[in-house]
Ligand binder design. Structure first.
Ligand code: FMN
Length: 274
């Protein structure tokens, strides 16, 4: 079976699939010809599915995805500019969570949305570890606090800049300054030797954060956690990531205890034009 299969009964020879193909492996010799794949196409194809998704006639099928398996776009579900702006401005970092746990299926569903984030060369290098038990989240926070203590002891400039002494004091008073007593933590990880993994994970976590908001869940980037995960051996061990993988970012997640009623303000964008 070929990588691409064009249903000649449906194809209208409009050339759209050839026009959008990122590595230009689809060519159409003339308006009378059906589109075809260049001989070396199978090795070059990045499996993005644009050829299948763009065809208005459902004529293109890819070895990885038949047109029939790709759901049609529901234009009536897409938000307009006002709704998009409101949704994005309404996303908040949640730092106070309800005790109610989020069921595993819901967390998986949100990760399932995050996998549609763009990635360089469509490599999709991000893997996920979900810390579901709150006690495990707190245990991991404890390792981060130990890392903070070590930075304070070494008089690291980072300790002063990030006010880590306050975080440690908070922990000692029973407050989790790292993961904010969130019931769950989602860690994005990737292969250390993959130069695309970090950027892809950052984008995928942003997708995850927005998807979570759509499910009435609260999230917050676990920045302290992400930094400690790169440097602190006991935390690396406790995360139990696959060999050769590194943490590329983490997100707290749970049901928010409080609702926000206004959209806070941000700096004006600094824009220059060329
Ligand atoms: C990379 C990154 C790391 C962050 N780390 C933390 C963190 O460790 N703890 C925390 O409470 N908030 C953290 N935040 C949340 C920011 O403080 C928050 O995004 C900012 O104050 C704006 O608030 P908003 O997200 O509600 O718009 C982080 C945000 C980003 C993007």
């Amino acid at each position: 079976m070929s990588l691409l299969n064009i249903d000649t009964e449906k194809c209208k020879k409009d050339g759209i699939c050839a026009a959008v193909c990122p590595p230009r492996i689809i060519i159409q010799k003339s308006a009378d010809h059906y589109p075809e794949m260049v001989p070396e196409g199978a090795e070059i194809c990045i499996r993005c599915g644009h050829c299948v998704a763009v065809c208005p006639h459902g004529a293109m099928n890819h070895e990885r995805m038949d047109a029939a398996d790709c759901p049609p776009v529901k234009n009536e579900w897409l938000p307009g500019p006002e709704q998009t702006e409101h949704f994005l401005r309404n996303r908040r970092s949640t730092r106070v969570y309800k005790d109610t746990p989020v069921d595993r299926d819901t967390l998986v569903r949100i990760v399932e949305v995050a996998r549609y984030a763009p990635s360089g060369h469509n490599l999709q290098p991000v893997k996920w570890k979900i810390v579901h038990d709150r006690q495990d989240v707190t245990r991991l926070s404890g390792h981060v606090v130990d890392w903070m203590r070590s930075l304070i002891e070494q008089k690291s400039p980072l300790a002063e800049m990030l006010h880590l002494d306050r975080a440690v004091l908070g922990w000692e008073a029973g407050i989790d300054p790292v993961n904010r007593n969130a019931p769950h933590l989602i860690i994005a990880h990737g292969n250390k030797s993959d130069p695309t993994a970090q950027t892809a994970a950052t984008i995928a976590l942003s997708y995850l954060e927005l998807a979570a908001a759509g499910f009435s869940l609260g999230t917050c980037w676990a920045g302290y956690f992400g930094a400690a995960a790169l440097f602190w051996p006991p935390l690396k061990e406790a995360m139990a990531l696959p060999a050769k993988h590194t943490c590329c970012g983490a997100m707290m997640i749970g049901y928010p205890k409080f609702k926000y009623h206004r959209l806070p303000l941000r700096n004006k964008p600094e824009i220059t034009w060329l």
